[in-house]
Design a protein around this ligand. Structure first.
Ligand SMILES: [Fe+2]
Length: 434
């Protein structure tokens, strides 16, 4: 993966101009905002690096409804949270054991790397289906969904943040010692679409107008109808996930192959969104690169930094130290604190995240990917298609790469594994189905 800029087709320079023209005094306001953001990044980075993993908020599942407004605000600003003891350790460990058994009795399952499978193309094992439908998982994701809000008076037909939906994703059982370099810092859930799709762009209105401090990553305006997948790439989520997340099935501490985040979603959004409108006047390896005076407003290039062509569409944002020096990613990407089985980590859909390249521990680092997904018309439509893939032979869910169905594997889930009515509702199943 090159860290050099990718030149996108010339029409993207037009897109930049179109954006610039659609906001009053764009050049002046964006330039002022850019200098402020760069300065704030310097201060925040220092605190993040000094504090380390403890910078990331940690709360007990049982205390979610007792948190004070300051704690909630901190979670929202940082954009990531560890929620402890969502399920009992024993239950999470039993799920891991059942997944290992599933893999043992079905040696043909697809996984990476092929000679030592650790990341599995499996969606419908009993453990996964039960974990997603667990009442506490649904309660935790509902709590996260409810951190979002609509503008007063906004019409949100078919939206209910208190109704969680299920998004079927995969799991990993990462073995110690293995080197993974497939997840450098990136943002999921929409690439060039963040600028190109007019609705998605609305999420960042306050940044484009220069009022970046007022940017609210939890405002539903724009999020619900944003088209995050204009080019229909596989492996690109087409639903609105308020938070991505994983549920731990093992202990995992920093250095043991865990998640890393840039723990300030307001700042990273503001910086990444404005970055394509600025050009450095000094070499990137100069210490002067951090000074905002050494940057100038520029609409001439078609580059959207960190966005690159892939599979007929575009991938990223994938910020890098070269393209996004002020994020100081080499030191600010912060490992989440140690988790135990049954704890979960969630990160806002705009958060820059990566996976530690090395796992220097002695045990497996095992997680199931389970995001927070609220009821919206678009999400409901996806869940119904996803339900059909489940019911029709346990095929892979619509957002994921095509491949063999799981229906013939021993130990795959069926409808009876979803006991809770809320879990059935989340899967788009009639409550009466048994
Ligand atoms: Fe990701």
């Amino acid at each position: 993966m090159s860290t050099q800029p990718f030149t996108l087709p010339p029409r993207f320079a037009d897109l930049k101009r179109e954006i610039a023209e659609s906001y009053p005094d764009f050049q002046e306001r964006a330039t002022r905002a850019w200098a402020e953001i760069v300065e704030q990044l310097e201060h925040t980075s220092e605190t993040v690096v000094k504090t380390g993993p403890d910078y990331i908020p940690q709360v007990n599942f049982a205390d979610l409804d007792k948190l004070g407004p300051e704690q909630v605000d901190e979670i929202k600003r940082k954009g990531s949270v560890v929620i402890r003891d969502i399920v009992d350790d024993s239950e999470a460990l039993a799920w891991k054991a059942s997944l290992e058994e599933f893999i043992r009795v079905n040696p043909d399952v697809e996984g990476n790397p092929a000679d030592n499978k650790q990341f599995f193309q499996l969606y419908w094992t009993k453990a996964q289906v039960r974990a997603r439908a667990h009442p506490n998982m649904l309660a935790a994701t509902t709590w996260l969904n409810e951190l979002y809000h609509a503008q007063p008076g906004a019409k949100l037909e078919g939206v209910n943040l208190s109704t969680p939906l299920t998004y079927a994703d995969r799991f990993r059982i990462r073995r110690p010692g293995n080197f993974w370099d497939v997840h450098p810092p990136h943002v999921d859930g929409g690439s060039i679409e963040r600028w190109e799709d007019k609705t998605f762009r609305k999420c960042f209105n306050d940044i484009f107008t220069g009022n970046w401090r007022s940017h609210d990553p939890y405002d539903l305006e724009g999020r619900l109808d944003a088209r995050s997948s204009l080019y229909g790439r596989p492996n690109q989520s087409s639903v609105f996930r308020t938070f991505q997340g994983w549920l731990a099935m093992s202990e995992t501490a920093p250095t043991q192959g865990t998640l890393k985040v840039f723990p300030d979603v307001l700042l990273s959004n503001a910086y990444i969104i404005l970055r394509p409108f600025f050009r450095a006047k000094v070499p990137v390896d100069s210490p002067e690169i951090f000074n905002a005076n050494n940057w100038e407003f520029d609409l001439s290039s078609s580059e959207f930094h960190g966005i690159y062509p892939r599979d007929g569409g575009y991938a990223g944002p994938r910020p890098t130290p070269v393209l996004h020096p002020h994020l100081r990613l080499d030191t600010t990407m912060t490992s989440v604190p140690k988790v135990n089985p049954g704890d979960a980590v969630f990160w806002h859909c705009d958060v820059v995240h990566s996976v530690e390249q090395e796992h220097t521990g002695t045990g497996d680092s095992a997680v199931m990917y389970i995001p927070a997904v609220p009821l919206t018309p678009q999400n409901q439509e996806y869940v119904e298609r996803q339900r059909d893939t489940f019911l029709q032979g346990r095929q892979r869910p619509p957002d994921f790469p095509k491949g063999p169905a799981e229906g013939n594997f021993a130990g795959v889930a069926d409808v009876s594994d979803i006991l809770d009515p809320l879990g059935k509702r989340a899967m788009g199943l009639p409550i009466s189905v048994v």
